[in-house]
Design a protein around this ligand. Structure first.
Ligand SMILES: [Zn+2]
Length: 164
C-alpha cells in the first residue's frame, strides 16, 4: 500500500500546493529529465548524464546541481528531478518552501500577528485596571488595628462598583 503511494508521489509533479508557475517549470524539467542516465553516488548525491552526454553532479541534500539552475531558481532542475526519481525522493520536497502556496498563506498569517498583539495590549490594560481591585483588600488588611483604614477600603469598594 505504502509502496504504491510513494511511487505516485515520485512521478507526480506538484499536487496543487505549488504555485502554477513553479508547477509549470517543474513539469518542463520533469519532461526533460526523461532519458537521462542517473548513477547513484550515495543517499543524496547523484551523477546525471543527459542525452547530449554532459554529466552533472546533483546533491539533493544540499538542493544543488552542477548546472547551478537548482540553486538559482530553488526549483529542481531536470538533473535533480532525474535524481529524485532514481532516489525515490519526492520532487515536491525539493522545491523551496518559498514557492508553496502554504508559505504564501503563512505569510498572510504573519501580517495578522500585529492585530493579535493589539488584543494582547488590550488584555494588558484590563489587567492594570484589575490590579487595584486585587491590591486594595490585602493592603487594607495589613493595618488591622486602625479603623480609619477600613473607611478607605469602603472608598475602594465604591471604585470597584463604578467599574462594574
Ligand atoms: Zn541541473
Amino acid at each position: 500500500m505504502n509502496w504504491f503511494a510513494e511511487r505516485r508521489n515520485v512521478t507526480a509533479v506538484g499536487n496543487g500546493s505549488l504555485t502554477p508557475r513553479v508547477s509549470e517549470i517543474l513539469e518542463g524539467n520533469f519532461q526533460n529529465s526523461g532519458g537521462m542516465l542517473v548513477r547513484r553516488i550515495n543517499n543524496v548525491e547523484f551523477e546525471v548524464k543527459d542525452k547530449v552526454g554532459s554529466s552533472y553532479h546533483v546533491n539533493l541534500g544540499e538542493k544543488a546541481c552542477s548546472c547551478f539552475s537548482f540553486q538559482k531558481l530553488l526549483i529542481p532542475c531536470s538533473h535533480a528531478i532525474a535524481s529524485a526519481i532514481k532516489g525515490k525522493v519526492r520532487i515536491e520536497s525539493l522545491v523551496s518552501d518559498f514557492y508553496s502556496l502554504e508559505t504564501l498563506n503563512s505569510a498572510y498569517a504573519g501580517d495578522i500577528v500585529p492585530i493579535t498583539t493589539e488584543i494582547e495590549t488590550r488584555e494588558g490594560i484590563t489587567e492594570t485596571e484589575g490590579e487595584p481591585v486585587i491590591i486594595f483588600p490585602p493592603s487594607s488588611r495589613r493595618p488591622p488595628g486602625r479603623p480609619r483604614k477600613s473607611r478607605i477600603l469602603s472608598m475602594g469598594e465604591i471604585r470597584v462598583s463604578k467599574r462594574c
